[in-house]
Design a protein around this ligand. Structure first.
Ligand code: CP3
Length: 341
C-alpha cells in the first residue's frame, strides 16, 4: 500500500506537506463528461451499476487533480431497501413515494442489511479502489439520521422542514425509534464501505442547521453520535459535515467526527476555535464564489488558507456541493491555488 497522501494525513492532523483539497459533489452536472453519461443513464442507473459509478467517481480525479475521490452514490439509496420508493424527477430532485407519516410507518420498516441490500455500492467501491491512482484515497459516505429522516418524512426536498419538525415534536417516541433505526443502518453501512476499501467516511447532515440548538441536542445528537461510533469502529477517519451549524457548532462537534465540515456562514478560524484544536476542519468556500470572477475566487481562497494559518488538519473544500453552473476552470483554479500556496 502506498504511503498516505495529504488528505489522510490532514484527517489525522499530521503535517501533510501542503493543504489537501477535494470538492463535495465533485462528480456531477458541471462536467461535460458526466452530462454525456447522464444522457444515456438515469442517476439511479449510474448508482446501481458499479462500473458506471466507478467511471463517474474517477472523472473529477483526472480533470481537477484533487487529493481524494468521493464515491458516486447518493445518501438516499438506503430508502430503496427500506421500501420508501425512491425516484429522481428531472430538475426537481428526489421524490419518496411512501413517506413516513406515523409511528406505525416507523414500526413497519423492514430490516436492512447493508452488506446485502446495498452490495452494489460496496462493489463500486472495490472497482474504484482498483482503478484509483496511487496515493488518492476514496471517501465513502452516508446521510446522517436527521437529514435522511427529513427526506423520508417530507417525501422530497423541503424549505422549512415543517412536517419533519411536527413529527419530532408530536411523536417523540416514534421519532427516536426512526432515528435509532437510521443510525444503526448508516453506521453499519459506513463501516461496510471502509471494509470494502474506503479510506475515510463522510456523514452528511446537510439540513440539520434548520434546528434550534436544544432540539439538535435532544432529538439528533445521540443518534449522530451512535452512527459515527459504529463507523469509526472500522478504523478510518470520519468527516462530520453539515451546513448552517454556527448556532450550535460545539454540540455538533460533540456528536463526533475526526474532521468537522463547516460552511461559509462562519469564518474558518472562528469555527476552528469553537471546535477545538483536537479536531481537523474541512471547508469552507461558498460554492457561489466559483460563479464569479477569478480575482474573487483567488481572494476568497487565500483568505480561507490564511485563516487556517498552515496549521495541521485543514482540508480545503467548499462549504457545500459544487453548483451545476460552475465552470470547470474555476475548480481547477482553486486546486492550483491551494496546492501552490
Ligand atoms: O459528491 C459527489 O461527487 C458524490 C456524489 C453524491 C451525490 N449525492 C450524487 C448526486 C453525493 C455525496 C450526494 C449526497 C447527497 N444526496 C446529499 C448530501 C449532500 C448535499 O449536497 O447536501 C443530499 C441532500 C442528496 C439528495 C439528493 N440527491 C438531492 C437533493 C438531489 C438533487 C440535487 C440536484 O441538484 O438536482 C440528488 C441527486 C444527485 N445526487 C445528483 C448527483 C450528482 C444530481 C443528479 C443529476 O441530475 O445528475
Amino acid at each position: 500500500m502506498p504511503a498516505d497522501g495529504r488528505f489522510l494525513k490532514a484527517c489525522r492532523r499530521e503535517q501533510a506537506g501542503g493543504t489537501p483539497v477535494w470538492f463535495m459533489r465533485q462528480a456531477g452536472r458541471y462536467m461535460p463528461e458526466y452530462r454525456a453519461l447522464r444522457r444515456r443513464h438515469s442517476i439511479l442507473d449510474l448508482c446501481h451499476h458499479p462500473d458506471l459509478a466507478a467511471e463517474v467517481t474517477l472523472q473529477p480525479i483526472h480533470r481537477l487533480g484533487v487529493d481524494a475521490a468521493i464515491l458516486f452514490a447518493d445518501i438516499l439509496l438506503p430508502f430503496e431497501p427500506l421500501g420508501l420508493g425512491l425516484s429522481f424527477a428531472e430538475g426537481e430532485g428526489p421524490q419518496i413515494a411512501r413517506p413516513i407519516r406515523s409511528a406505525a410507518d416507523v414500526a413497519a420498516l423492514p430490516p436492512v442489511d447493508p452488506l446485502e441490500d446495498l452490495a452494489y455500492v460496496l462493489e463500486a467501491i472495490r472497482h474504484v479502489v482498483a482503478a484509483l491512482p496511487a496515493g488518492i484515497p476514496l471517501i465513502g459516505f452516508a446521510g446522517a439520521p436527521f437529514t435522511l429522516a427529513s427526506y423520508a418524512i417530507e417525501g422530497g426536498a423541503s424549505r422549512g422542514f415543517a412536517a419533519t419538525k411536527r413529527f419530532m415534536h408530536t411523536e417523540p417516541r416514534a421519532w427516536h425509534a426512526l432515528l435509532e433505526r437510521l443510525a444503526e443502518l448508516v453506521g453499519r453501512y459506513l463501516a461496510a464501505q471502509a471494509e470494502a476499501g474506503a479510506r475515510a467516511l463522510q456523514l452528511f447532515d446537510s439540513w440539520v442547521g434548520c434546528l434550534a440548538p436544544e432540539d439538535y441536542r435532544e432529538y439528533v445528537q445521540p443518534h449522530s453520535r451512535r452512527a459515527i461510533e459504529l463507523a469509526r469502529a472500522a478504523g478510518v477517519p470520519v468527516i462530520h459535515f453539515a451546513t448552517d451549524t454556527a448556532g450550535f457548532l460545539e454540540d455538533f462537534a460533540a456528536a463526533g467526527g475526526d474532521v468537522i465540515g463547516v460552511d461559509w456562514r462562519i469564518p474558518l478560524d472562528v469555527a476552528w476555535q469553537r471546535i477545538g484544536s483536537a479536531r481537523a476542519i474541512q471547508g469552507n468556500l461558498d460554492p457561489a464564489v466559483l460563479l464569479g470572477p477569478l480575482s474573487t475566487i483567488e481572494t476568497r481562497t487565500r483568505d480561507i488558507l490564511a485563516r487556517a494559518g498552515g496549521r495541521a488538519g485543514h482540508i480545503f473544500n467548499l462549504g457545500h456541493g459544487v453548483l451545476p453552473e460552475t465552470p470547470v476552470e474555476a475548480l481547477q483554479a482553486v486546486v492550483e491555488l491551494v496546492h501552490g500556496q
